[in-house]
Design a protein around this ligand. Sequence first.
Ligand SMILES: [Zn+2]
Length: 255
Amino acid sequence: MRRGLLAFFCVIGLIGPACADTVFEFPQDPDEADFITNEVIATFYHELGHGLIDVFQMPVLGKEEDAADTLSVLLMHDIWDEPSASAILTSDALTYALRAADPAAVPDQRAYADVHSLDIQRYYAEVCLFYGANPEERKQLALDLELPDYKLDSCPDEYQSARASWDAMLADAEPGPDRYGLVMAPDQEGIPLADVLAQEVASMNEHFGLPEEITVKVADCGEANAYYTADDKTITLCNEYAQDLQALWQSQAQP
Ligand SMILES: [Zn+2]
């Protein structure tokens, strides 16, 4: 059913039970739960990249999806201590690696035309950037994640270029009395996925002040996805996306 029609029936109460969103519960296994949490955070940072590009009307040189990936890695590096940042990066990289290794996901011509780079390209790009942000501490991690030797030399420069570019774009993004922030959509408190995002919203509001408010919500979408919509300035993380991450984890977990 189209979302607009479903919303209409929900409002007039015709199909009440169908209107209640799924509540994704994190699994008991701590490694599995950490993987999902980390990937939700990395994905939120990526979607925030789209939101910042929109509300600040930033010029984007190259693929916007690549720019959003880059911001995600910069935020991992900026916000978190070393062990946590490495864990988030590793979960994000694992997601790309698993998707790239899925035999059903062998790229066809349409994948090459996609707005996103190929999963395996996204994998190496983010490992390179993250390594380049702190090469003294992260060489072993980069080697463990099989970043090719020849890339090690250029990653610090790639990081510096990404850093300078995003810093220039965000020079006017300081919090202040004439600025807005990120806000959680109403009625999301107590939803586990929304609670994860609420912490990130609070953290981001310490770093960024926006010319317009951006809303963040968890919802059923009918697809495993997360996205930013410019029309309503909203970042949506789909319940199906978390379910898909759980299935992805279980596809590689040892019995
Ligand atoms: Zn995107």
